[in-house]
Design a protein around this ligand. Sequence first.
Ligand SMILES: C[S@@+](CC[C@H](N)C(=O)[O-])C[C@H]1O[C@@H](n2cnc3c(N)ncnc32)[C@H](O)[C@@H]1O
Length: 315
Amino acid sequence: MSPSGWDRLSFLAPAGSVHDWRMVLLYDAAVDAGLLDGLPSTAPALAARLDLDAHAVRVVLDALAAWGVVEPDGDGGYRTGAHAPGPEAAPVLRHHARILRSWSAQLDDRLHGVPPDEGPPDAGRVERMLASLTVLAREAAPGTIDACLSSVPGARRGLDLGGGHGEYALELARRGVYTVMQDRPEVVEAVRRRGFDVAGIELFAGDFFEVLPEGPFDLVLCSGVTHTYDRERNLELLRRIRPLLSPAGVLALRTLLRGSHPVAAIFAVNMLVAARGADTHDEGDYRRWLAEAGYGDVEVRVLGRASEHLVRARP
Ligand SMILES: C[S@@+](CC[C@H](N)C(=O)[O-])C[C@H]1O[C@@H](n2cnc3c(N)ncnc32)[C@H](O)[C@@H]1O
């Protein structure tokens, strides 16, 4: 390393010494092109099979070998490397690659006031979003549901609003809480395509600003949703949820609170890039909106990851 450390900041820093966007982008491109599924192989054979450029395939595989994602087989070919991402790491890495692309393509636009495109996401984007969020949710769901049910121990009916992949609904169903999992039609369709069909979970397709399932619910969980919306939309959502709750029911919002953790500030960039009006909000915002929408008994607690919080309230 140079005495001032400048070389650690260069795009030619040794593998592993910076958080490696190079590996993230190379891995994503290689998976997309089918390179990793095609191993073991030589570069020319792989390129011929996949109708790709042999020179580019060789360059990308050589580079991925720097991180041990692939390794030379000593015979002019390549095989899967000892550090190839496993089934949990792969979707997270691919999601990371999409974030890198969208930040680099769109931050400048946002700074100049150009809003993001509002069109519905295509099927591929929905699948990739669900795949990466599933990994995170599998880890977070047990603790989150513990925290939710501690305030409604006898809960029998739950609503997982913006449930996405369904991991939170699954955790509720495992504990005997019959759960309706609502999301946008394109997401529910993707969840069905993944073969999601679980006793004790009902899938409900629809934009929650337009339609909601019939209550009452002992628990309404809204995880990873409220930072997609601004004050007006969140107030509207809270007001729409309130009549669905049973008198002793609980609303639980899982989100990153602005000002609570440095990761929340970084996450806000993602929301800035992703959707018009999206942002993290602070604890005071949530307390104010909940009071305005007619909720009381508000409690805010940190979840397993210090950057994530659960805001609970009763109607
Ligand atoms: C970031 S994901 C969170 C998924 C899951 N709840 C979790 O915490 O991992 C947000 C989900 O909310 C859904 N969503 C956002 N706005 C919605 C709306 N207006 N109606 C229905 N679903 C919505 C999205 O489609 C997406 O699946």
